[in-house]
Design a protein around this ligand. Structure first.
Ligand SMILES: NC(=O)c1ccc[n+]([C@@H]2O[C@H](COP(=O)([O-])OP(=O)(O)OC[C@H]3O[C@@H](n4cnc5c(N)ncnc54)[C@H](OP(=O)(O)O)[C@@H]3O)[C@@H](O)[C@H]2O)c1
Length: 327
């Protein structure tokens, strides 16, 4: 629960204070085997930060990209580095100058600098939101990165409205889980692509039409152009170019993965964006979850000690749905 007023609590709750904890860290960039499960000091919250006892983090493709060293230009980090952008957990300690939360509050958040693949993480209170009550705290760890990205795609970039037609390419993944539901809520007609393993889930999310991208040409399956394409799939540049003719003149293509570059002069707006943390939007998302208007699916849970296995599955193309990682 959010509390008003300034909280100056510096102690801990009933949890005995621990000097060390287990964390999944990398000391160098590389394949999944660079992830080490090791004993490290429990972080001490700075002013404005809280210490969160982690219920779970979740796997995102960006965790793998960072581990592999592909994000060094956009997100330089100091090594050794503790993985984990998504967090759900309980505040056990609040440093000075934290006004929004207090010890015992259950929170979720997207941590721009990671650190949630651990038993505890120190996080700025400003980046957190109260956790949903309608789902388990650990399951709530799949929400921040994926749902914020979907929310920003649907509402800030696509500006979807009732009566529009949207094609969501890559609807079977973690971001797709939220994008299909949020797009459907606007009153738009949602056409989604999914492979056979994800068709049932994408249908349950509310898609009006599903195209199996593994066996069917998307262009051939559409009976008309769409107002908007939202691409959530890491496709080839050629496949990305193939999405352009699907959009009506004056329409929009948004991508969070492979950028789409319409030919010069094409009357189409193309947007490629990096999602950002936004606790106000996260609070809106939590309200939808608690109202039963947004469903959260967790495909599997793994122990933190097995994080390298989860990265390995992703690298082998065997990952499916959202996975929670439990310390
Ligand atoms: N820009 C940003 O801020 C941002 C934020 C979050 C994620 N991302 C990126 O966005 C992408 C999706 O993220 P995610 O968390 O949803 O990943 P995810 O859970 O791994 O889902 C990706 C989905 O893409 C689908 N897919 C794969 N190849 C496809 C193809 N050729 N055509 C259509 N669909 C295809 C798969 O669906 P099926 O199960 O149906 O096969 C898969 O489930 C990743 O590349 C991620 O790095 C970017």
């Amino acid at each position: 629960m959010r509390r008003q007023g300034k909280i100056l609590v510096t102690g801990t709750t009933g949890t005995a204070f621990r000097a060390t904890m287990r964390a999944a860290r990398i000391h160098e960039y590389g394949g999944p085997d660079v992830i080490r499960y090791e004993e490290v000091p429990v972080p001490v919250p700075d002013p404005g930060q809280v210490l969160v006892r982690v219920a779970a983090t979740s796997f995102n493709p960006s965790d793998a990209a960072l581990r592999a060293g592909h994000l060094q230009d956009v997100l330089p980090v100091d090594l050794p580095y503790t993985l984990g952008f998504d967090v759900s957990g309980t505040i056990t300690q609040a440093g000075v100058e934290t006004s929004s939360f207090t010890v015992g509050d259950r929170v979720i958040g997207r941590l721009d600098h990671g650190g949630a693949a651990a038993e505890y993480v120190a996080a700025s209170a400003d980046v957190l939101a109260a956790a949903p009550k309608a789902i388990g705290l650990a399951n709530a760890a799949v929400v921040p990165v994926a749902a914020l990205t979907a929310y920003q795609a649907v509402h800030e970039h696509a500006h979807l409205t009732a009566g529009q037609r949207v094609l969501i390419n890559g609807a079977g993944g973690g971001v797709g889980m939220f994008a299909v539901q949020l797009a459907k809520r606007t009153g738009a007609t949602v056409i989604a692509t999914a492979s056979p393993r994800s068709v049932t889930a994408v249908r349950a999310r509310g898609a009006d039409q599903i195209i199996d991208y593994t066996s069917t040409s998307i262009a051939g399956a559409l009976d008309d152009t769409v107002d908007t394409v939202i691409n959530l799939a890491p496709i080839t540049p050629t496949a990305a170019a193939g999405l352009v003719p699907l959009v009506r003149p004056g329409g929009v293509i948004i991508s969070i993965a492979t950028p789409v570059q319409p030919p010069a002069g094409a009357p189409i707006t193309a947007v490629h964006f990096l999602a950002r943390n936004d606790p106000r939007q996260l609070t809106e998302i939590v309200k939808l979850i608690d109202a039963g208007e947004l469903t959260v699916e967790v495909s599997r849970s793994h122990r933190l000690a097995d994080l390298a296995l989860v990265h390995g599955e992703h690298q082998a193309g065997q990952a499916k749905g959202k996975v929670t990682i439990i310390p």
